[in-house]
Design a protein around this ligand. Sequence first.
Ligand SMILES: C[S@@+](CC[C@H](N)C(=O)[O-])C[C@H]1O[C@@H](n2cnc3c(N)ncnc32)[C@H](O)[C@@H]1O
Length: 227
Amino acid sequence: MFRFVREAFRDIRNTGSVWPSSPALAKAMTRGLSDLRGSRRVLEVGPGTGPFTERLLKNLRDGDHFDIVEMNEAFCRDLEKRLLVPHRRKRPGVKVALHAAAIEKAELQGPYDLIVCGLPFNNFPPALVRSIFRRMMSLLREGGELAYFEYAGVRTMKAPLVGPSGRKQLKGIAKVNESLRRKHKGKRELVLGNLPPAVATHLRKSKDAAAQRPARKKKKSRAKSRA
Ligand SMILES: C[S@@+](CC[C@H](N)C(=O)[O-])C[C@H]1O[C@@H](n2cnc3c(N)ncnc32)[C@H](O)[C@@H]1O
């Protein structure tokens, strides 16, 4: 907890919150794992101090493969020492790899059956949000699940506190979310047992290859915008 608060004050844009997610949110975000049969390939993006990681590790079986991508080196050192080294010792049959990199650049070998993502998308420009989702969707197998979360009502609460360009950015992010939910049968789940309450979104990768690209906002034609 202390490490998380310290990193949040050092880099609030990428950390996105001042404390880690609750066990209730971790349960909602990782639920998809128990539906998968056989050996499973799982990716976690942005684990921070690891509330989702801990739950995933507990439920992985021999033969499963788990990749974790975290760009903050202090979080990586802590995860490795506190969770991963003891887990590898206890459960050598589960393959776990930590990649200290941004998801945009991490060297990963898909496809994954499940991707659990804890990134603070509402702090990012829409173009980055789109490109990160495009990357994650390209790493997910057809029919696989991508789970991500945001704080309930976060954009509505943030809007009055930011300027016009901030509001434009929030609208852009909302559009990316809506488009993804439409294309990939998105299901939302309100988790009250988190501070603040959060909404977990579960996307199921659709067969339509074009659906891997979240739609861009269409520019109005000049003639139309003049009219
Ligand atoms: C909101 S915290 C979530 C931590 C944890 N999943 C939780 O829910 O408590 C976001 C995490 O994503 C990491 N992060 C931010 N941008 C990233 C990126 N582009 N690639 C990988 N990790 C990133 C941050 O360093 C931070 O650990």
